[in-house]
Design a protein around this ligand. Structure first.
Ligand SMILES: [Zn+2]
Length: 137
């Protein structure tokens, strides 16, 4: 039983305790018959039907949640295997130096993406076509 302050008193055999009675199919006052060394009620006797049974806590069990939340979301940054522009579009000029990942704007071919650089030549992908252009290297 709890006192007015809600402090759980040390339970002893003979004390009353509310427990769910299997025969009465309800929470009834029970007399404690056996208490474990840890102070846990083990066996009780129903005051109503006088039946003895193992103590069942009438309050619903608070199951400690062990379920770990699946890590969702993330930074949204995926290590792209496909080439994507790394910066703003640069106007193409043979005097400019380009590097892989540069997005360039070509007067004839439009917007392209540099996907290879070899000395003074760059491979630039314009849509489905790849053009070899020269640059400053
Ligand atoms: Zn009972």
């Amino acid at each position: 039983m709890m006192n007015a302050l809600g402090i759980v008193q040390k339970l002893r055999p003979g004390d009353d305790v509310d427990a769910r009675c299997g025969k009465c199919k309800d929470v009834r006052t029970h007399a404690i018959i056996a208490v474990s060394t840890q102070g846990q009620i083990e066996r009780v006797q129903c005051r109503t039907c006088q039946g003895t049974h193992n103590y069942k806590n009438p309050s619903p069990k608070r199951t400690t949640s062990t379920s770990t939340r699946s890590s969702s979301g993330g930074s949204g940054r995926t290590s792209a295997t496909s080439l994507s522009p790394t910066g703003p579009t640069k106007p193409y000029s043979p005097r400019e130096k380009f590097q892989i990942g540069d997005q360039i704007s070509h007067p004839n071919f439009g917007i392209g993406l540099v996907n290879d650089v070899r000395d003074t030549k760059i491979d630039v992908k314009f849509g489905r076509e790849t053009k070899i252009l020269i640059h400053a290297g």
